[in-house]
Design a protein around this ligand. Structure first.
Ligand code: ADP
Ligand code: MG
Length: 249
């Protein structure tokens, strides 16, 4: 296995309370990994630390990737779509992001943006205001943006939460396509059926690592019980470890 991202004793804390605790392991290049775990397990925190948005309190995230080589879809609650912007401009943000704010957008990019919209089933939606879309349609727009961005590592935080079944199926096809193209895909997921059916690798987190490896091994009944039991103990253990508080990167 060729690791593309390595986590070395990674601890990430908010106000000295560790949300991710001493996690060690690696994502192989081209792997397709689910991050699973109870609410508050530190899944989003882990993704942000991998992206470099949060700085470790202890340990480190090791990779040789530039920021533009990461494609990131935050959890829906963190995306504001009241912003008055069209579907096509939202997709084009994928290009601006990867070229820097002042990069030129060429006609070829606009053509590719149109193709990305067609690929997610949104032909004819280019001029629509994003605020007028359903949750599923908006998620398709964000996937089109990732398609255009063409990143080697793609991080998705609960991409199918509150999304209709049809859209989930279509977007899972895109995830499978990315995997087939050799990209590294990491997705936070709460639906265990989706994890078991579509994700060969799983990282099971309950602040600490419960398991990380082939999904069938990691998602065992014993591990899931262990994760739940760890979640129930969180309040008592909150101050058990007090690493240096880390400001955001
Ligand atoms: P998950 O995504 O697994 O539900 P999170 O990573 O969002 O979990 O949160 C892990 C823990 O860190 C939770 O206890 C949460 O309340 C806390 N937390 C998350 N974000 C912040 C923040 N910005 N400030 C303080 N605490 C936070
Ligand atoms: Mg989360």
């Amino acid at each position: 296995m060729t690791p593309v991202i390595r986590l070395e004793d990674l601890t990430v804390a908010y106000n000295r309370h560790p949300a991710v605790h001493h996690v060690t392991g690696a994502f192989a290049r081209g792997s397709l990994t689910a991050i699973a775990g109870p609410n508050g397990a530190g899944k989003s925190t882990l993704v942000k630390a991998i992206m470099g948005e949060l700085r470790p309190a202890e340990g480190r995230v090791e990779h040789r990737l530039a920021r533009a080589e990461f494609g990131y879809l935050p959890q829906a609650a963190e995306i504001d779509r009241r912003f008055p912007i069209s579907v096509i401009d939202t997709v084009m943000l994928g290009v601006w992001k990867s070229r820097g704010a002042f990069g030129r957008v060429a006609p070829a990019d606009i053509k590719r943006a149109g193709e990305a919209l067609a690929a997610v089933g949104l032909d004819g939606f280019a001029r629509r205001h994003v605020g007028s879309l359903s949750a599923g349609q908006f998620q398709r727009v964000l996937f089109a943006r990732l398609l255009l961005q063409d990143a080697g590592v793609i991080l998705l935080d609960e991409p199918f939460t509150a999304i209709d079944a049809r859209t989930t199926r279509d977007l899972l096809d895109i995830v499978a396509r990315w995997h087939g193209e050799g990209r590294t895909v990491i997705a936070v997921l709460h639906d265990f059926d989706v994890v078991r059916t579509h994700f060969p690798q799983t990282l099971l987190l309950a602040r600490e690592l419960v398991g990380w490896g082939p999904t069938a091994d990691v998602m065992s009944a014993a591990n899931l019980m262990k994760a739940r039991a760890m979640a129930e103990r969180w309040d008592e253990d909150a101050a058990a470890c007090t690493p240096q508080e880390a400001p955001a990167a």
